[in-house]
Write a protein that binds this ligand. Structure first.
Ligand SMILES: [Zn+2]
Length: 229
């Protein structure tokens, strides 16, 4: 048999970029080079392989190794899915104070509005900025690269609540929109890059007491102190 049973992930892609720059499923295009799609990573032409033996997929026309195609595809698909389905699960907030670990706010699914992709805000270009109850939440999607320390420092400086969702385990399964959505809304590991509440114990030098009530409505845990109502 000429067709290998195993195709490296960087070659076999379930989604490609169409000529208008949108991510499209191989199921939605015509066979072969006529699909007019390119690789989401290296931007070289893709061929839509839709045979009967193995699952339909895009392959690079030149059959060249591509280190970035799969990662870029997952990244773009995650952003598309969050934009389309408008939700995310945020992790619980815990505060570590010496030996004790205080549970501040539970994990929660948020309904998001005003979702913006890769939009510059001063000094940062987050994957996603979305609105939750009037305040911005930054969402980063990690596939092979987690947020750099310099980005986390900037988030802390700005006081911007930011969650990173780790999709690095998805290379082990077939990628569909539903698989990505399940990861975003429940199954993928996730953590706060910055959350004002979780950050508080690290500021031991500050003698200032936090303003406002000791009882936080959940939304407050997302807000920088100066943005609280
Ligand atoms: Zn490629």
């Amino acid at each position: 048999m000429e067709t290998p049973n195993f195709l490296p992930r960087d070659v076999a892609l379930p989604y490609g970029l169409s000529s208008d720059g949108r991510l499209v499923s191989v199921d939605a295009v015509v066979r072969g080079l006529k699909c007019e799609c390119v690789c989401p990573g290296c931007k070289r032409p893709l061929v839509a392989r839709k045979g009967e033996i193995i699952r339909a997929h895009f392959a690079h026309q030149a059959n060249a190794a591509c280190a970035t195609g799969f990662e870029s595809m997952v990244h773009l698909l995650a952003k598309d899915v969050i934009e389309k389905r408008r939700g995310v699960l945020i992790p619980e907030v815990r505060v570590h104070a010496g030996e004790t670990r205080k549970h501040v706010a539970p994990a929660k699914v948020l309904r998001l509005t005003n979702i913006r992709l890769e939009q510059w805000i001063t000094g940062l270009r987050p994957d996603i900025v979305a609105n939750y109850e009037g305040h911005d939440l930054i969402i980063e999607i990690a596939v092979t690269h987690k947020a750099e320390p310099v980005k986390i420092t900037e988030l802390r400086r700005r006081g911007s609540p930011a969650v990173e969702i780790d999709l690095s385990a998805l290379h082990k399964q077939d990628i569909t929109e539903d698989v990505i959505w399940d990861a975003i809304i429940s199954s993928a590991p996730r953590y706060w890059l910055f959350n004002r509440l979780a950050d508080r114990p690290k500021r031991k030098s500050s003698k200032r007491k936090p303003r406002g009530s000791k009882r936080f409505a959940f939304a407050h845990s997302l807000l920088p102190m100066n943005a609280r109502p």
